[in-house]
Design a protein around this ligand. Structure first.
Ligand code: NAD
Ligand code: GLY
Length: 364
């Protein structure tokens, strides 16, 4: 088992990564306030893993209230949140209850927001079961739901007490979801870790073939990067750089997800195509060479990710991007690359350059 720490003073917490961890309720026990958890999952993950986890919790004397949500990004909304509140109240969960998220980023974001708000806040544990959630969404405390006008528009920062990533769960993950997670893995190399980017280039074929040791290394390195960034800028308030850099490609990608209707494009797919738009823009600003652009595109292609976005029209992209959470006082801030492994926040990019980058990376 690999162990990392997210260093946030009295709210610090461990990230445990390894095989067979769903059977290790002894690792969860020290992080509970009382011997009761509400186990939030969904209709896909619950039949695969809920019983196994619940059994191991019951064995160490922990009572379990299971809450099973509908699956998918289109359900990351108020209705699902209300299902969680209803079930918590029906089971008379009190402030000592710990909410445990068992699933991908959608379950994690929903359960985390429920934990942040139920009775003004209860303890929360993340048990991520997708590559994307093991390398990104389970770490750092961003929780929330979508609004029809924009991704993740309603939410809260609420750190978990523990992240437990059982790499065995990745065996049942569909290929398309593995690729989607790889987009966020590649992101860490691009924004701040050139040696990791080079390692990914050397090992992408093994990763896509689900080599366990390679995947465990990629998860550990991704979480280490994320933990460092979050510890330095938990609430994303740094003027330049900081946590916002984790959003490389996300302003364009969220526009794709929202513009196409939630669930049509996977989050990681939107991030991949959106990152290529940011890369193209970085090239237009004179920072990346043609060889850099080709190199980055080739890595996404090897991870079987899209490198062009849907033809929504540049005007629609700009309208959707104007809702981005990085917009401050009407000014859009974009994450771009000065070089592979070196991201920056840029506030004053000419609109015609943004439009040109979008148009050169759109299908049709
Ligand atoms: P997801 O939660 O929808 O999971 C993808 C699919 O895989 C779902 O159908 C799910 O039921 C299924 N699944 C999950 N685990 C499985 C397993 N082990 N075997 C088989 N199927 C499994 O999507 P995701 O990619 O995990 O997360 C995307 C979400 O995360 C988006 O809503 C995105 O906005 C959010 N996100 C949040 C943060 C954050 O910091 N909070 C960061 C990145 C992304
Ligand atoms: N996924 C972006 C962040 O956690 O800040």
């Amino acid at each position: 088992m690999r162990r990392l720490n997210v260093d946030l003073a009295d709210r610090s917490y461990p990230i445990l990564i390894g095989g067979g961890l769903l059977a290790r309720a002894d690792l969860i026990l020290p992080h509970l306030r009382t011997q009761h958890v509400a186990l939030v999952s969904n209709t896909i993950v619950a039949p695969l893993y809920l019983d196994q986890l619940a059994r191991s919790l019951v064995k160490v004397g922990v009572g379990v209230t299971p809450i099973v949500l509908p699956d998918g990004e289109s359900h990351k909304n108020w209705d699902s949140l209300n299902l969680i509140y209803d079930a918590l109240l029906a089971a008379r969960c009190d402030r000592g209850t710990t909410i445990v998220a068992l699933g991908g980023g959608v379950v994690g974001d929903l359960a985390g927001f429920a934990a942040a708000t139920y009775q003004r806040g209860v303890s929360f544990i993340q048990i991520p079961t997708t590559l994307l959630s093991q390398v990104d969404s389970s770490v750092g405390g961003k929780t929330g739901i979508n609004h029809p006008r924009g991704k993740n528009m309603v939410g809260a920062f609420w750190q978990p007490k523990l992240v437990l990533a059982d790499t065995d769960t990745l065996r049942t993950l569909p290929d398309r979801e593995l690729s989607a997670g790889m987009a966020e893995v590649i992101k860490y190399g691009l924004i701040r870790d050139l040696p990791f980017l080079e390692w990914l280039e050397a090992n992408m074929d093994g990763l896509m073939a689900r080599d366990g040791a390679l995947l465990a290394h990629a998860i550990e390195r991704s979480c280490a990067n994320k933990a460092e960034v979050v510890a330095a800028d938990e609430f994303e308030t740094a003027k330049d750089g900081g946590r916002a850099l984790l959003n490389l490609g996300h302003t364009f990608g969220h526009a794709i997800e929202t513009g196409m209707g939630y669930g049509e494009w996977l989050h990681g797919e939107g991030v991949a195509a959106g990152t290529m738009m940011a890369i193209e823009l970085s090239h237009r600003l004179g920072w990346l060479s043609v060889a850099d652009v080709d190199r980055i595109r080739a890595l996404f292609v090897r991870a079987r990710l899209p490198v062009t976005g849907p033809a929504l029209g540049a005007a629609r992209y700009l309208e959707l991007m104007s809702h981005d959470k990085k917009v401050i006082a009407g000014s859009l801030r974009l994450i771009l690359l000065k070089a592979p492994g070196q991201a920056v926040t840029v506030a004053d990019v000419a609109q015609k350059e943004i439009v040109a980058a979008i148009e050169s990376c759109c299908r049709g």
